[in-house]
Write a protein that binds this ligand. Structure first.
Ligand code: SF4
Length: 278
């Protein structure tokens, strides 16, 4: 058991801005024990080299930070600046901000590192479909990943997502495997249920299993009118039936895709729901 006397310093890593009050409460509680430091992306702190097991569970890895895009709803480019490659560390769950914006050499090193891991590669950070090349697809197929997330955040993401689906299909990917997944941003200002449903259906049509991400403003406030809609499109129990319904409505074959998906579903709802809990 950890005794307070053994603690020299306490670090609190804040993932999201809306967790700051909780971090401040923790700081007050631990101040009597040792010096407390608060950091992390939630307070706008630029990330440094990644140390496996520090602030994230073992298995997670970050091989690059930053992004060359400037999406209006995202804090990455404000906090981290342009893409920068970090020293390679081990891990099978890749959380890079935009891995495919890295150099080919770096991406190849990441794939090589992942091939040596005990557990299947899991691209949970989200890949940018517009940067996907055929050689990436071949490597991703060889890696036999547990899941590969893309993102459909803005209208510009739609065509690249369809192209990504076509590339996987062309290279012999089993499109019913449910490994290809896609975060779909919903509930931002002026979004509508109808428009969001269209994006989710398009995601299905492109060959991806959608996962709805509910927009939060910088204070972490969500539009509560979207909670039920979000639940239908993010619960691992409900998304398969939503996808089935979408496939039937869009007359996509085979409509029975979901029974196979349910058998192989590897979705880590616990981790993802922590990121979006309201
Ligand atoms: S591409 Fe992704 S990481 Fe880059 S700015 Fe847009 S949302 Fe943020």
């Amino acid at each position: 058991m950890l005794l307070p006397l053994e603690v020299d310093e306490v670090h609190i890593s804040v993932s999201f801005t809306w967790d700051i009050p909780r971090a401040e409460r923790l700081m007050k509680e631990w101040r009597a024990v040792a010096q407390v430091k608060i950091g992390g992306p939630g307070i706008g702190m630029r990330g440094e080299n990644f140390e496996p097991g520090k602030y994230l569970r073992p298995g997670y890895t970050i091989t690059s930070r930053g992004c060359n895009n400037r999406c209006w709803f995202c804090s990455v480019w404000k906090r981290e600046g342009k893409i920068r490659e970090l020293p390679m560390t081990g891990g099978n769950i890749v959380l890079d901000d935009n891995l495919l914006a890295c150099s080919d050499d770096h991406i190849m090193s990441v794939f090589a590192m992942l091939a040596k891991q005990k557990h299947k590669a899991d691209f949970r950070g989200g890949l940018e479909a517009a940067l996907l090349k055929e050689w990436h697809v071949k490597c991703l197929i060889d890696l036999n990943c547990s899941q590969i997330f893309f993102a459909y955040d803005t209208p510009n993401d739609k065509e690249p997502l369809f192209e990504a689906g076509r590339l996987f299909k062309k290279n012999g990917w089993n499109m019913v495997s449910q490994v290809l997944r896609c975060y779909v941003l919903i509930g931002y200002p002026r979004d509508t249920f109808e428009a969001a449903k269209k994006r989710l259906y398009d995601t299905v049509r492109a060959g991806f299993m959608p996962y709805a991400m509910l927009y939060r403003n910088e204070k972490g406030i969500v539009d509560h009118g979207w909670l039920l809609f979000r639940w239908y499109w993010s619960s691992h129990r409900l998304v398969p039936s939503q996808v089935r319904k979408a496939r039937i409505e869009m007359k996509l074959d085979p409509p029975n895709i979901i029974s196979r998906q349910q058998q192989t579903f590897t979705f880590d709802e616990e981790t993802l729901d922590k990121n979006i809990e309201v």
